[in-house]
Write a protein that binds this ligand. Structure first.
Ligand code: ACO
Length: 427
């Protein structure tokens, strides 16, 4: 028994139990011994939406939501954002350590060699309607990659996992760019291996007539936004990747489950929802009426609030500085004024203050993406590009964790007791 323990009395039986406390947790399975009669399967922990349940041990990302702290592999997000590139950050998340120059060069080169996708990917993207939502297309296309790389099912082989890691990092930006072009009816632009990771993605997205004039400030801003989104421990989409991956399906299928989760407006889809909300508000004068409606339970202030952060999301702070750089290049997004005023009012309003609701990463990111030329329904695709290394790192960590098994929560059954089936003729 470890030094730290919890002693509980089961008042149903009067029995005392001493449960080990390890890393600030008790094991939910230790509660099973608290039973009333033999065969009742013991006590369970009831935790809908996992408000207070640690589902894994993880050495990837640390968050202190009260203090507004976010660290990747121990490095503060502010320092990573200041000094690293997105590919360097991805290496850090996936390998656990910052790369040397040689390691980064080889990681970059491996990805560069895999940027092309099979021509048939183009064909099935063409099958989507012209107005298909980019996230629907992306989750379908990434899931379908598993049919192009059936070898990806060999998840126990680290060399094979590395190959799929590289394929995902290399091909998802290509697919994302094709999706952007599809929505506009533009021909797809093939990857250019003379460009860097971000430069190639931006070129595939925006090149017209063989030309695209890269803007280094906007490219660095995009690189930074991807860094800020790269991992966020056990959020909804990462939990989806882990949960689906725990069935030992291939990583393309597991990641496409993550994309599906990210699509939702309460998660990554919030950046799109923020823009819709700002459009609906229209002018600064309409903000008080909007805020009153939110407080009356008619909708939410999108881009505000977080399950874990109960203070200012450190990513939102960094994004505000990115916004300054971007708007200096592109001119001010008129919606920024409304967003800033919304934030000011909300941060003083007792409703938001008492619930500790602050801007999250999505509150300002959409405004930046829009200034860069991306339409709102595409914003979450950019979030996906950023979150990809986090999902893969978490997936591999899950596979290598001897404590993990197929993910399978329990339930409290609330349906009818056993009853006699009534045949159709007697109903
Ligand atoms: N606007 C208004 N009220 C809110 C908001 C909001 N954005 N967020 C939470 N609240 C209120 C709830 O109504 C609730 O009030 P109550 O206690 O009177 O019922 C209280 O604050 C607690 O909210 P919960 O929904 O219990 O908090 P939860 O942790 O489940 O939700 C979430 C977190 C989903 C992010 C929520 O804050 C929300 O819906 N925000 C808007 C959507 C959004 O921006 N999502 C992006 C999250 S960041 C990301 O995924 C990248």
């Amino acid at each position: 028994m470890p030094d730290e323990t919890l002693t509980v009395t089961d008042n149903r039986t009067g029995k005392n139990y001493t449960l080990p406390i390890i890393d600030g947790t008790i094991k939910a399975t230790d509660l099973r011994q608290l039973s009333v009669v033999d065969g009742d399967h013991g006590l369970m922990a009831y935790d809908p939406a996992y408000l207070n349940t640690a589902s894994c041990r993880s050495a990837i990302t640390y968050i202190d939501g009260d203090a507004g702290i976010l660290r990747y592999r121990g490095y503060p997000i502010e320092q990573v954002a200041e000094d690293a590139t997105f590919l360097e950050t991805s290496y850090l998340l996936l390998e656990g350590e910052l790369p040397t120059a040689t390691q980064l060069a080889s990681w970059t080169e491996d990805i560069r060699r895999h940027t092309y996708v099979h021509q048939n990917v183009k064909k099935f993207l063409e099958g989507f309607r012209y107005d298909a939502h980019p996230m629907g297309m992306l989750l379908g296309a990434v899931g379908a990659l598993s049919t192009f790389y059936p070898d990806a099912k060999h998840i126990d082989d680290p060399t094979n996992r590395y190959l799929q890691r590289v394929r995902l990092m290399a091909k998802v930006p290509t697919i994302a760019a094709f999706i952007f072009r599809h929505s506009r009816g533009l021909p797809y632009v093939l990857p250019r291996n003379d460009l860097d990771y971000i430069g190639n993605y931006v070129n595939m997205t925006f090149e017209i007539g063989g030309r695209h004039d890269p803007n280094p400030v906007l490219q660095r801003a995009l690189d930074l936004l991807l860094i800020l989104h790269a991992d966020h421990e056990q959020n909804c989409s990462t939990s989806a990747v882990r949960s689906v991956g725990s069935s030992h399906v291939d990583p393309f299928s597991a990641v496409s489950a993550g994309i599906a989760a990210l699509y939702g407006p309460l998660h990554g889809g919030a950046n799109e929802a923020v823009l819709t909300m700002l459009d609906e508000i229209g002018t600064k004068q309409n903000i008080p009426v909007f805020i009153e409606a939110v407080k009356a339970g008619k909708g939410r202030l999108m881009g505000f609030g977080h399950r874990v952060y109960k203070s200012y999301d450190p990513r939102a702070k960094l994004i505000k500085t990115v916004a300054d750089d971007v708007f200096a290049q592109t001119g001010l997004n008129p919606k920024l004024e409304i967003a800033l005023e919304l934030e000011r009012i909300a941060l003083e309003d007792p409703y938001f203050v008492s619930r500790r609701l602050y801007p999250n990463v999505d509150f300002y990111s959409g405004l930046i993406y829009q200034a860069m030329g991306f339409p709102p329904d595409y914003f979450t695709v950019l979030f996906t590009l950023g979150r990809l290394p986090g999902w893969i790192a978490q997936w591999e960590e899950m596979l290598n964790d001897p404590e993990q098994k197929i993910s399978r929560p329990r339930q409290v059954y609330t349906g009818p007791e056993v009853r006699e089936f009534v045949p159709m003729a007697r109903r």
